[in-house]
Design a protein around this ligand. Structure first.
Ligand SMILES: Cc1ncc(COP(=O)(O)O)c(C=O)c1O
Length: 407
C-alpha cells in the first residue's frame, strides 16, 4: 500500500501573536532535567508549596459523592457566588450582588474573559512593568495593544500617577494593576491607590482590571487594598479578579472569581459558555469550603513565606553582583543582575543579558529561575521562594557560587 500524503495542519496567523509563558517553559525544562536525573532546584514555579488543607479536600469529596458532578450554571454555582459575595463583604468591605459575580477556571480565565470581552482591535491596555507574563499575550491575542510602562527599582517597581496620566490616550481601554505583584512582590498601599484612582477619575473612558490573586500574602504588617476600597466611584468600571489558588494552595483546582458590573459579567459569561461551560463542579464545592471555612492557616502560611523572603533577600544581597529590594507580598523576589552583565563565565561565554544569566544558573548550578525580560524590566530575574528552607538555602548557595565564578 502506498503512503497517504497527509497535509500538515496549517496554523492560523494569530497564533504567532502569542507564546507559552517563560515561567511555564522554565518549569517544564526543570522537570525534564529532573527526569534525566539532574539535581535541579526549581525556583521558577508560581505556586505555594503547601498542600490544599484537608477540610477543603473532604468537602470536594463529599460533594462528588452527593452527586455534584454535573455542569453548574455557566457563571458559577449559586452557593459559590454567595460565598464569594460574603468574602468580598467580610474581607474587603465591598458589596456585590449575584449578577455581578463570575466564577472561572482560575483567576486567569476571569482576566482573559475581561480582556476579550472588553478590548477591541487597537484598544490600548496600560501595563505597569514588570507585569505578569500572561497579560501581554492575552491582549495581543485579541488585537489589543499592550502599553508597558517601565517601573524600575528606583520607583519600587510601581507606576506613578504622573506616568499613568502620561500613558493614557483616547484609545486607552484598561489599566491592568496587580498587587501584591508577580514578579516583584511589591504591594500598592491604599494611599498609592488613591493617587492612581484620582488620575482615573479624570479619564472616564479608562476601566481597570485589578488582579488581586495574592491578596492574602502580605508581610511586615502591610495591608492589602483594592482600588474600589479607596475610590468607590470606580466601581462601575472595575473588574476585580481573584481566586483560591494562592491563599488556599489550590492552584490545581482551577477556581477563580471575579466581580464586575452586571453587563460585563454577562459578556464574560457568554464567552465562558463557549470555551469551558464554567469551572469544575467539584472544584467549586472545594472553593466554597475554602471561602467559608477556617482562615488561621492563611496567616500562618504568609508568616512562613515572610521568613523565607528574609532568607532569600539576605542571601541574594550577599551575592557578588546581585541586589534585591525587600518585597512586601506574594512569594517572589526580583533581583537585579545589572552588575553581572558583560562578565564572562568559566566556559568563556559573555553574559549579555538576563536570559544568558538565567541559562548560566540553570546549566552550571541547576537552579531554575525566570529571566526578567519576560516580565518587561531587565536586567533582572525572578526567584519564586515557594520552596522548602533547605532547598532555598542550597539554591542561594549555588547562585552565590555561580556569581562568584564570573569574571
Ligand atoms: C499575577 C497572577 N495573576 C493570575 C494568576 C493566575 O492564577 P489562577 O488562574 O490560578 O487563579 C497568577 C498565577 O501565577 C498570577 O501570578
Amino acid at each position: 500500500m502506498g503512503e497517504i500524503d497527509v497535509p500538515e495542519i496549517k496554523f492560523a496567523v494569530h497564533m504567532n501573536r502569542i507564546e507559552t509563558s517563560a515561567s511555564a517553559m522554565m518549569s517544564q525544562r526543570a522537570r525534564e532535567m529532573k527526569a534525566e536525573g539532574v539535581d535541579v532546584i526549581p525556583l521558577s514555579s508560581g505556586q505555594p508549596d503547601f498542600p490544599t488543607p484537608g477540610h477543603i479536600i473532604e468537602a470536594a469529596n463529599a460533594a462528588a459523592l452527593r452527586g455534584e458532578t454535573k455542569y453548574t450554571t455557566i457563571s458559577g454555582s449559586v452557593e459559590l457566588k454567595d460565598a464569594v459575595i460574603e468574602k468580598f463583604k467580610r474581607e474587603n468591605g465591598l458589596d456585590y450582588s449575584r449578577d455581578e459575580i463570575i466564577i472561572g477556571n482560575g483567576s486567569k480565565q476571569v482576566i482573559y474573559n475581561a480582556i476579550v470581552a472588553g478590548t477591541g482591535k487597537g484598544d490600548e491596555v496600560i501595563l505597569p512593568a514588570p507585569f505578569y507574563v500572561a497579560y501581554i499575550d492575552m491582549i495581543k491575542f485579541v488585537g489589543g495593544v499592550p502599553v508597558p510602562v517601565a517601573c524600575g527599582l528606583d520607583q519600587d517597581f510601581k507606576i506613578t500617577p504622573e506616568q499613568l496620566d502620561a500613558a493614557i490616550t483616547p484609545r486607552t481601554k484598561w489599566l491592568l494593576l496587580n498587587s501584591p505583584n508577580n514578579p516583584t512582590g511589591v504591594v500598592y498601599e491604599a494611599e498609592e491607590l488613591k493617587l492612581i484612582a484620582e488620575v482615573l477619575l479624570r479619564h472616564e473612558h479608562v476601566s481597570v482590571i485589578m488582579d488581586d490573586i495574592y491578596e492574602h500574602i502580605t508581610f511586615d504588617g502591610v495591608k492589602f487594598a483594592t482600588i474600589t476600597n479607596v475610590e468607590p466611584a470606580l466601581r462601575d468600571r472595575t473588574v476585580i479578579a481573584n481566586g483560591v489558588s494562592k491563599a488556599y494552595a489550590m492552584t490545581g483546582w482551577r477556581v477563580g472569581f471575579g466581580a464586575a458590573p452586571a453587563g460585563m459579567v454577562k459578556q464574560m459569561t457568554k464567552l465562558q459558555s463557549l470555551v469551558t461551560s464554567g469551572a469544575s463542579s467539584v472544584g467549586q464545592a472545594a472553593a466554597i469550603a475554602a471561602l467559608n471555612g477556617p482562615k488561621n492557616f492563611i496567616r500562618e502560611r504568609a508568616k512562613s513565606f515572610e521568613a523565607r523572603r528574609d532568607l532569600v533577600v539576605s542571601m541574594i544581597n550577599q551575592t557578588t553582583g546581585l541586589s534585591c529590594q525587600v518585597p512586601k507580598g506574594a512569594f517572589y523576589v526580583y533581583p537585579s543582575c545589572a552588575n553581572l552583565i558583560g562578565k564572562t563565565t568559566p566556559e568563556g561565554k559573555v553574559i549579555q543579558n538576563d536570559r544568558d544569566f538565567v541559562s548560566y544558573l540553570l546549566e552550571t548550578e541547576n537552579v531554575a529561575t525566570v529571566h526578567g525580560d519576560a516580565y518587561g524590566v531587565s536586567p533582572h530575574f525572578r526567584i519564586s521562594y515557594a520552596s522548602s528552607t533547605e532547598e532555598l538555602l542550597e539554591a542561594c548557595t549555588r547562585i552565590q557560587r555561580a556569581c562568584a565564578a564570573l569574571k
